[in-house]
Write a protein that binds this ligand. Structure first.
Ligand code: C2E
Ligand code: MG
Ligand code: MG
Length: 696
């Protein structure tokens, strides 16, 4: 490892080869060594300041290292060698492009000033030559000649019509002519074909005296037809009366700088590993596609390899890289139509942009082709790697949409394809998205909602069928959502189970319900209703369930038998091990256990015998067939009869749910069902409404 000195020596040597250096070699090395320190400081500092680095670019111009090659080779050396030669851990490699950019910028700006100054000098010399006395004329003409012939920049003097009167060797060489061949040529002959007409305008204005100066980058035509990029600046020289007499033009060859810019632009827009366009290029093209407006449609096919991390971790990053290259090549082969591009978004994510899409079908067809192309194993390093991808498709009119929304939707859709089982495509579905956003919004707010008591509990009467007396109530949770209004449990209980929030929420409901039970006990003594509380399957898996329940009931100072816990059939039946033990422990505490929605699952009635169950709640769906008239279904009546008989035989009480009309109640009574719950008696409501039942 050579350090900054070695780099500076290398740099100085390279610079010497680009042109004449007005300094001895040691001096140059010292100077370049200082510049190296500036670059290293820029690569180290936590915040990037371009100014000192621009100073280094300008420094080269000050050393008269003005050839494009001096810039090009310096940039190359900085890019390729600096980190290699000076490798200390605090250097930030990712800073390199910014450093190169600032350096090139400093160089270009300094060059512009220099050309301007040179031009002024020539113009003044030309003026002096014309205006001065005879002797002075001779002297200044000599000065003029010297400058003219030795200048590194190309210089041309034309008359007002544009006929070249004089050109210097530098210009003739740039254009591939002999000086003598150029004299008498019209400047128009140097134009590159197809140059936009606007480029000619300034020169026309100058030849009629409407303009004194102009400067622009222009493309000229070399004698062999090849293009020459120049930085051209032209000044007008008038005679004593102000009539345009000469045009003095200065040309700097910036072809290499242009090529370099092209290369840098390419580098900035392409992924070095796969050669595909990168995120920056994709974003630019996507924005351009949206800018078309009108009835243009655009499609995005967002793709992520399945399980790429495993390949990377198990077979190493080299194999991983090879795989990405192979995938990129397959995608590139598939996407050839104009207005379609593949880009690598980073990692194992790729995207296909479909400008002016013909409709969703086109995207689906493409996605199918991609999945098929990837299904073929990839031979890499002696392995045959199988790879698949998940693809999110978004296709829409550009009007009314934005690129950012589109990419967000593509990302969501890709996630669906993964969640739905991978190796597939998914299409964007605004309704699914709205549902998920709502779910997400709800689950995000839920923890705070438990804290801030946005939940409340309604109670629904459970009525004894023999005498229509209130025997119990079911506690049913509701959410007074500040934005969405009142939400029923069907809208959030499932979500709470998925996120695990059902545990604190369920605990809160139980505490709230036992407090209410306490109040009723205080007010009505033995007439107080049994309070039945729902328990989610997820809660029975909580190791602390029994202790929590015991604590809550104890805190309310209630007899445990005044509380009933409802578990759904599937939660109870699937219960083994820890949860089953918990159920027994709860029953041992004296708490009643009920099976909720009985008959909707696959109950093993024989198994029921071994469970600590006190009551069965018959699912509301059986009540349909117990209605009078056309809806009456004798099968339902038969099933209910059998279930009631069976439950009684096992010693379980039976509560019918969802009783909505008197006919149902009548049949249930006849069958011998113990109690019932439903809109016929009351809808779930505030605790005060329950009190009306107790006061009569
Ligand atoms: P569930 O335990 O079977 O509760 C009975 C549901 O039937 C309640 O719906 C109730 O309002 C409704 N209902 C009552 N009478 C009738 C009727 O005559 N006809 C009809 N069609 N429906 C009737 P809700 O309040 O929407 O509760 C739905 C489910 O949410 C409950 O079903 C229960 O599984 C769950 N749930 C409610 N609160 C809690 C809770 O605190 N914890 C847990 N884990 N789940 C709860
Ligand atoms: Mg229930
Ligand atoms: Mg139920």
């Amino acid at each position: 490892m050579g350090g900054p000195d070695a780099f500076a020596r290398m740099w100085a040597t390279v610079l010497t080869e680009t042109g004449y250096v007005a300094m001895d070699h040691r001096g140059l090395v010292d100077q370049v060594r200082e510049y190296t320190e500036v670059l290293l400081a820029a690569l180290r500092s936590p915040r990037f300041n371009p100014v000192p680095v621009e100073g280094v670019g300008a420094g080269l111009v000050a050393l008269r290292l003005t050839a494009s090659r001096a810039l090009a080779t310096s940039l190359q050396l900085i890019g390729e060698e600096l980190l290699r030669v000076v490798d200390t851990p605090d250097l930030k490699a990712e800073r390199l492009p910014a450093v190169q950019g600032a350096f090139a910028n400093g160089f270009a700006t300094a060059m512009q000033y220099k050309i301007f100054r040179d031009q002024e000098a020539i113009r003044r010399a030309a003026l002096d030559a014309r205006r001065g006395a005879e002797s002075a004329l001779l002297a200044s003409e000599a000065r003029f000649r010297a400058m003219f012939d030795q200048a590194a920049v190309g210089i041309a003097i034309a008359d007002a019509r544009g006929v070249l009167v004089e050109v210097n060797t530098a210009l003739a060489t740039m254009l591939g002519y002999q000086v003598r061949h150029m004299r008498g040529m019209n400047v128009n002959a140097l134009r590159f074909p197809n140059e936009p007409a606007a480029m000619h305008q300034p020169l026309l204005e100058m030849s009629v005296g409407e303009r004194d100066h102009y400067r622009m980058e222009r493309l000229l035509r070399r004698s062999d037809g090849t293009p020459l990029w120049t930085d051209l600046s032209v000044s007008l020289v008038r005679d004593e009366t102000g009539v345009p007499q000469y045009l003095v033009g200065m040309f700097e060859d910036i072809t290499e700088r242009h090529l370099l810019e092209d290369r840098l632009r390419h580098q900035a827009n392409h992924d070095p590993l796969t050669g595909l366009g990168n995120r920056a290029l994709f974003t630019e093209r996507l924005s351009a596609a949206f800018a078309c407006g009108g009835d243009t449609r655009v499609g995005v096919c967002y793709l992520d390899l399945d399980g790429f991390k495993v390949i990377n971790d198990s077979l190493g990053h080299d194999i991983g890289d090879d795989l990405l290259v192979a995938v990129a090549a397959r995608l590139d082969d598939l996407v050839t139509a104009p207005g379609r591009m593949v880009a690598r978004m980073g990692g194992d994510e790729f995207v296909v942009l479909i400008e002016r899409s013909a409709g969703p079908d086109e995207l689906v067809a493409l996605a199918e082709k991609i999945l098929a192309a990837l299904a073929e194993p990839v031979p890499i390093g002696g392995h045959r790697l199988s790879v698949s991808a998940s693809i999110g498709l978004v296709e829409r009119a550009v009007v009314g949409a934005t690129p950012a929304e589109t990419m967000r939707d593509a990302d969501v859709t890709l996630y669906w394809a993964k969640a739905d089982g991978k190796n597939r495509w998914a299409g964007y579905d605004p309704e699914r998205n709205a549902r998920e956003v709502a779910r997400f919004t709800l689950s995000a707010r839920m923890p705070a909602a438990v804290e801030s008591e946005e939940f409340y509990v309604d109670y629904q009467p459970i009525v004894r069928l023999s005498d229509s007396k209130l025997v119990g109530v079911e506690a049913l949770v509701r959410w007074a959502h500040p934005e969405f209004g009142r939400l029923g449990p069907d809208q959030f209980i499932g979500l709470a189970e998925e996120t695990g929030l059902i545990v604190p929420l369920g605990r809160w409901v139980l505490r709230e319900a036992t407090r209410q039970a306490r109040r009723w006990h205080d007010a009505y003594g033995s007439r107080a209703p049994l309070v039945s509380v729902n328990l989610a399957a997820r809660q029975t898996e909580e190791p602390n369930l029994v202790a929590d329940v015991a604590t809550i009931i104890k805190a309310a100072n209630l007899p445990p038998s005044s509380i009933q816990l409802e578990l759904t059939e599937s939660a109870i039946m699937g219960t083994t091990g820890g949860p089953l033990q918990a159920l027994h422990d709860l029953a041992d505490l004296g708490i009643r256990i009920a099976i909720d929605d009985f008959g909707t699952g696959y109950s093993n009635l024989a198994y029921l015998r071994h469970l600590p169950v006190h009551a069965i709640k018959l699912a509301g769906s059986f009540m349909e067939g117990l209605r009078d008239g056309a809806e009456a279904d004798p099968a339902d009546a038969q099933i209910v009869t059998t279930l009631v008989a069976l439950s009684h035989a096992l010693g379980h009480e039976v509560i019918a749910e969802g009783v909505e009309d008197p006919g149902q109640a009548e049949q249930l009574r006849a069958i011998g069902c113990d109690s019932a719950q439903g809109w016929l008696f009351a809808k779930p409501g505030r605790p005060e409404e329950i009190e009306r039942w107790l006061e009569v």
